[in-house]
Ligand binder design. Structure first.
Ligand code: GAR
Length: 200
């Protein structure tokens, strides 16, 4: 059974969606550990309520690579095969990325490469796009940047606020993260340049 490590900074609804998929047998893996850089993250509490190992590693004041070495150490201790960033609001160092080559996923609430970074749903509204959505991609050391595994569109309504748009995108995030994890765990893909190509 493959072992997932989840990294989060806040609410943890994507973690909970993944945990629901694992519990329902929609993902054939176990969640080995949940790690947060914020001790107060609601996602840590949600993990503990589910009986999943939840570890707080505060990042405040630490050099990026020193911090990443601590996180990688914890992931190794739990023998994690695939790392899933679920609202983990930190850039990973080149060191971290090299430790898990094509073994780190991130979810982002826009159709990348549009609107990377913070408040993607607000950025989409401000820009006036008619369609936004969400993306699951492999992580490299650049912000919201690596090869794309799954994307899905969400229509922007004229009466949307950042909150209503975010809520509709979030429902799709919860769906496509499970889909992307299953694709990656199947091993039936290869990466050509920036493209993730399905095999078999
Ligand atoms: C999600 O919308 C996720 O896509 C976003 O943070 C939110 C976390 O919510 N991530 C990013 O913007 C990454 N650049 P959650 O804690 O409820 O899963």
């Amino acid at each position: 059974m493959k072992r997932l490590g989840i990294l989060l900074s806040g609410r943890g609804s994507n973690f909970e969606a993944i945990a629901d998929s694992v519990a329902a047998g929609r993902i054939g893996a176990t969640i080995a550990v949940v790690i947060s850089n914020r001790p107060e993250a609601r996602g840590l509490e949600a993990a503990r309520e589910r009986g999943i190992d939840a570890v707080s590693i505060p990042s405040k004041g630490l050099d990026r690579e020193i911090y990443d070495r601590m996180v990688v150490g914890e992931l190794r201790k739990h023998e994690v095969d695939l790392v899933c960033l679920a609202g983990f609001m930190r850039l990973l160092s080149a060191y971290f990325v090299r430790e898990f080559p094509l073994r780190i996923l991130n979810i982002h609430p826009s159709l990348l490469p549009a609107f990377p970074g913070l408040d993607a749903q607000h950025q989409a509204l401000e820009h006036g796009v008619k369609v936004s959505g969400c993306t699951v991609h492999f992580v490299d050391e650049f912000l919201d940047h690596g090869p794309i595994v799954v994307q899905t569109p969400v229509r922007v309504r004229d009466d949307d606020s950042a909150e209503t748009l975010a809520a509709r995108i979030l429902r799709e995030e919860h769906r496509i993260y499970t889909e992307a994890i299953n694709i990656v765990l199947s091993g039936k893909w290869r990466v050509e340049g920036r493209r993730v190509i399905a095999e078999g």
